[in-house]
Ligand binder design. Structure first.
Ligand code: ADP
Ligand code: MG
Length: 613
């Protein structure tokens, strides 16, 4: 085929292919134009998911009559002038492509009136042929209407999903834009019904609540810092409101919604160990970075960006989000909302702990049922000895329990303060859970999960300080392994050395373990079984390639194997030890896999439940 120039319409349609994937992409581009035009209110209207009609109306700066024709031409923009401007983009648009691209795959009309103008101007474009601008009636601002999207590109049209899905995508775009711009009011109308109405807002926290849902407000932690030249503000969701999809993960860079691997990875990293890996955090995070430090011109939809110093951005986000989560008490609270007291005929829950959803929420009915079913004969023991053990081991914990000197405080104060008895009585139920109290109410602790977290943190600390004790075995332990595992041993050697395991091949299918961490030894972990398991996991691809991540996984495994199990009877001193560390280790509210270690039921809820309020 001879080389020839493509017709202008086809060029635009090809460009549109990159930017305009579905009605939601049109809505995004048009809202961005309204925001760039300093609108204070943006109204979006769609019919049939936007396939029949999309209208976006704003009260912004408008387009002068003389420039209307230019606005819909490709590569025409009022936002940048030179390549210098491209290095520090302050507007959402700059490519001058959106209107032309949309016009090439739809019937587009623009009505616009700059606030100073006497009347509005109107221009129509259909299938690439631009009509001539003419005067029209219209309020100050701009109103763009897009009809029959993809009418001339049937392939695209066929790729569209159901009306409901497309409507959902449009809604999500409007939500993203609204989150990024609380100072702008937004409305969305779909098939004649208003589905979103947001007034302009000067409190961005409120806007986040409006978008994520008011009921989540109590589960969002505010983050606001400046670190190493990067400004961060956000609302960080507790692990409890993690979701199966990324829909509630919103990140913005200098006001622009982005979907960036570095930032997303950093957020995952910060939540590691707090949520189940198959779930995604609820978080709204705004990054403010000097525009010269980022290139937003790497992708036509500009959702991807390139940071000049990617590892700095990563580190700042991990540190900030982690600190925010670390500073909060993340113990899930058993809610009482939809609760009616259980009836004796209700079938017993299959398994209390495991019945909890991945977020760890247990319904109150399950909770009450759990206690109702307790067999009094094997209820466990009230350990008054625990108190003694704790007093010996961790005197600080019991301080509040000492009788107060009458002169300590005015009498009125004493009456208001509830008698706080931090950890005096502990009940081990079904040899699996520890029931105790703190100042807020009742705590139910999964002994395995908590011990696992405690072990994990202590191991991590010991390895970090380089003082993990290892023990040379008097009698090396020999294990038979797969020949492939002998090779694997070489790859894993640096990792093994860090955790204090030394092993050598003896023959083509056997290894000899010469030293082993004392800590695992003391917890009766079998060296042979441990190493075979580790090798099997590495072979199965379960160990991440990155050394730090692999180390974390291995520590996880060590912690899990060393931790007490459900069904282990704990001695008073073991219980005391466990509870002592609960307050001392980081992230003790979750086990390393992100499941909760502790559930809380507040006194307030108990009072409600028993009708005392
Ligand atoms: P870009 O936004 O990249 O400049 P567009 O094709 O989206 O390119 O828009 C072209 C130009 O039309 C913009 O630069 C702007 O000058 C003008 N324009 C588009 N939409 C609006 C609007 N809603 N209000 C005011 N001006 C607008
Ligand atoms: Mg634009």
């Amino acid at each position: 085929m001879p080389i020839r120039r493509l017709p202008a319409l086809l060029v635009s349609q090809i460009a549109a292919g990159e930017v305009i994937e579905r009605p939601a992409s049109v809505v995004k581009e048009l809202i961005e134009n309204a925001i760039d035009a300093e609108a204070t209110h943006v109204g979006v209207t769609i019919e049939n998911g936007g396939q029949d009609l999309i209208g976006v109306t704003d009260d912004g700066l408008g387009i002068p009559f003389a420039e209307l024709a230019l606005a819909v031409e490709p590569h025409a923009t009022g936002k940048i002038e030179s390549v210098e401007d491209l290095k520090a983009i302050a507007t959402l648009g700059f490519r001058g492509e959106a209107l032309a691209s949309i016009a090439s795959v739809s019937r587009l009309s623009v009505v616009s009136r700059p606030p100073g103008a006497q009347e509005a101007g109107l221009i129509d474009v259909a299938g690439g042929s631009v009509g001539s601008p003419r005067p029209a009636a219209g309020a100050p601002g701009t109103s763009v209407t897009v009809r029959t999207l993809f009418y001339n590109t049937p392939v695209r049209r066929r790729f569209l999903r159901t009306v409901a899905t497309e409507t959902g995508h449009v809604g999500h775009v409007v939500e993203k834009m609204a989150l990024g711009h609380p100072e702008i009011g937004f409305t969305l109308n779909s098939n004649g019904r208003q589905t979103l109405g947001l007034a302009a807002q000067d409190d961005r926290r409120r806007r986040v609540g409006e978008i994520l849902g008011r009921e989540l407000e109590g589960e969002l932690l505010e983050l606001s810092i400046e670190d190493r030249g990067i400004g961060l503000w956000g609302m960080v969701g507790t692990p409890d409101i993690a979701r199966p999809t990324t829909r509630h993960l919103y990140t913005f860079l200098n006001g622009r919604f982005i979907s960036d691997r570095t930032v997303n990875h950093a957020i995952r990293e910060a939540y590691r160990g707090l949520i189940d890996p198959s779930r995604h955090p609820t978080i709204v995070l705004f990054l403010q970075i000097d525009p010269r430090q980022v290139d937003v011109n790497v992708h036509p939809t500009k959702a991807q960006v390139r940071f000049r110093n990617q590892s700095l951005v990563h580190a700042v986000v991990v540190d900030a989000v982690r600190a925010c989560l670390g500073g909060a008490d993340l113990t899930p609270v058993l809610g009482l909302q939809r609760v009616s007291p259980p009836r004796a005929s209700d079938p017993p829950p299959a398994d209390f702990g495991r019945g909890a959803g991945p977020s760890g929420r247990v319904s109150t009915a399950q909770f009450v049922e759990f206690f109702r079913r307790l067999d009094p004969t094997q209820k466990g023991f009230v350990y008054s000895e625990v108190k003694q053990a704790l007093a010996d081991d961790a005197p600080g914990l019991l301080e509040v329990d000492r009788p107060r000197e009458p002169s300590d405080r005015p009498a009125a104060d004493v009456e208001i303060l509830p008698a706080i008895r931090p950890v005096t009585d502990v009940l081990q139920v079904h040899l699996s859970y520890l029931v105790t109290q703190d100042e807020q109410g009742l705590l139910i602790i999964d002994q395995h999960a908590l011990h696992e977290r405690v072990m994990f943190e202590r191991l991590k600390e010991a390895i970090g300080k380089g003082n993990l004790e290892t023990q040379r075995l008097l009698m090396p332990v020999t294990i038979r392994v797969d020949p492939s595992h002998v090779e694997l041993l070489e790859t894993l050697r640096p990792l093994l050395r860090r955790i204090g395991i030394e092993a050598e091949p003896i023959g083509p299918a056997a290894l000899s373990i010469e030293s082993f961490p004392s800590f695992l030894f003391e917890r009766n972990v079998d060296p042979g079984k441990f190493l075979s398991d580790l090798l099997a996991r590495a072979e199965g691809g379960d160990l991440p390639g990155d050394t730090e991540a692999a180390l974390q996984e291995t520590l996880d495994m060590m912690a899990c194997k060393a931790a007490v199990k459900a069904g282990d009877r704990l001695s008073p001193s073991e219980i005391a030890e466990l509870l002592k560390y609960r307050g001392a280790v980081e992230r003790s509210s979750r086990c390393p896999h992100g499941r909760p270690t502790t559930l809380r039921m507040t006194i307030r809820d108990l009072e409600k439940y028993f009708g005392r309020r």
